[in-house]
Design a protein around this ligand. Sequence first.
Ligand code: SAM
Length: 262
Amino acid sequence: MLTTINVHGNGMALEVLRDVIGHGPNGYSQSQYKAIISYLNEVASFKDCWEKIWSKDKLRFGVEPSDLAVNYTMPILKKIRDGVLWELGAGTGRDSIFLSKYCNNVTSIEITKTAANDIKKQLERKGIKNVEILNDDVWSILKRQNNLKKGFVDVVHAHSFLHYTKPIMTGVLFSEIYGLLRTGGHFVFGVKGKGDHLFGKGEEIDKDVWVFEDGQRRKFYDEESISEVLNNAGFEVEVLNTEKEFFDDTVSEFVVGVARKG
Ligand SMILES: C[S@@+](CC[C@H](N)C(=O)[O-])C[C@H]1O[C@@H](n2cnc3c(N)ncnc32)[C@H](O)[C@@H]1O
């Protein structure tokens, strides 16, 4: 199934915010609200940027699963058996499709129509029935879901995605991921490391935040800085490594890890 919810254009941030969070206390601080509004104001241009990338080349990251999916997420799912997995920023679904063999069901969140439709086609071609695609922005989906029902997901997987948001917004997303997971559930992630080939290229707009010439903004982490964001969201860090991975036609550095909701 492909569920499409509208991604709103610039200037619609407050309306989206009201629509998504509903009424009542949400546990966000004033600075987090500001970060969410600024994020919602830029999300449409991020979407456009990725629509262009995926329209040009749907095989940009290949069809083989990421090292993160193979070495970290799959072994956890194998132990759980019949688990519930959510993937954030799924791209053309190489990890969701691979991991669907090791769990009961997968929910794949992807903002672009181009990549989401590509996952849908692959699922139909391969006869895979246990993957649902949600075609919208990650924060809006996580928040809407947590408003309805929390604490039922065994594993959240996010490869090469959470370094695109500003650090304060990454903290907001980590808190929503925490809410989504059941107690004892795992968050498996890979974010760009400071030893990555893109670190130091383009313009530095904040500490370790670089805007590359194609307009993409990335925060580069090390093990200490990502631990801090995880701990602030309530996670216990179980595994943290800095690894090289062949990605996007070159060798990239990722800080990868597994964090647990205690
Ligand atoms: C670097 S790609 C990684 C794709 C995939 N995880 C992989 O490793 O093959 C990042 C993906 O996140 C998606 N994305 C970016 N911002 C998003 C958002 N706010 N909500 C959902 N998806 C988003 C992009 O469209 C893109 O497909």
